[in-house]
Design a protein around this ligand. Structure first.
Ligand code: HEC
Length: 182
């Protein structure tokens, strides 16, 4: 009966007044908020930044800057670490359709949806694109080129290399791609 009375007393009928609180410590947070200033940390912020020189697990920093010279250098230095396989091509196709087809079109012809309002990119099936080394295409995806924005923050390095494989399939249809996707 006592427990019932206590429980019932917690149900305040007047909605404009707060209910009784039991152990209010749990309601009002005592710790510093994540983005609040904090007098106890060296830089005065509650959320500490990463230690100098560290990179997130799985992150592969690219030692090359943006720009055409670095793109040429990337073409000479970087090799696709993934051998082509049906799984690699399938993932490359998925990533290409997701990240590249809005501009480049699902077939790479440069006729993506946004070209109604965005300048048409060059065909990725043209001789020029066919002649670009894998590493240079990886660099173009990572840092962008001309009007093409950088995709390094959206597309994982692994997916970039798989896109390169898939692109080669588009350029050379003799290499097989998945047929069950547009
Ligand atoms: C916002 C639209 C847009 C997206 C998204 C986009 N591109 Fe581009 N891309 C362009 C444009 C525009 C150019 C021409 C850039 C220039 O040189 O001015 C280009 C150029 C390129 C080139 C160089 C072609 C050549 O012959 O020089 C490659 C390779 C390329 N893109 C690959 C990709 C890949 C792979 C993706 C997906 C990860 C992608 N692009 C996503 C717009 C885009």
């Amino acid at each position: 009966m006592v427990a019932l009375a206590v429980a019932a007393a917690g149900c305040e009928q007047d909605e404009t007044r707060p209910n009784y609180e039991y152990a209010p410590d749990m309601v009002s947070s005592v710790p510093y908020d994540s983005f609040a200033p904090n007098p106890n940390t060296p830089d005065g912020k509650t959320l500490l930044g990463p230690a100098k020189g560290t990179v997130p697990r799985g992150f592969q920093p690219l030692h090359l800057a943006a720009g055409p010279e670095a793109a040429v250098q990337a073409g000479q230095e970087l090799k696709n670490p993934y051998p082509a396989s049906p799984e690699v091509l399938a993932r490359g196709q998925t990533a290409f359709l997701r990240y590249c087809s809005p501009c480049h079109g699902s077939g790479g012809l440069g006729d993506g949806l946004v070209t109604a309002r965005f300048p048409m990119p060059p065909s990725l099936l043209a001789e020029h694109a066919k002649g670009l080394p894998d590493g240079r295409i990886f660099h173009i995806i990572t840092t962008g080129q001309g009007l093409m924005p950088a995709h390094g923050s959206q597309v994982a390095p692994e997916d970039r290399w798989k896109i390169v494989h898939y692109l080669r399939t588009l350029q050379n249809p003799a290499r097989t791609a998945r047929k069950d996707m547009p």
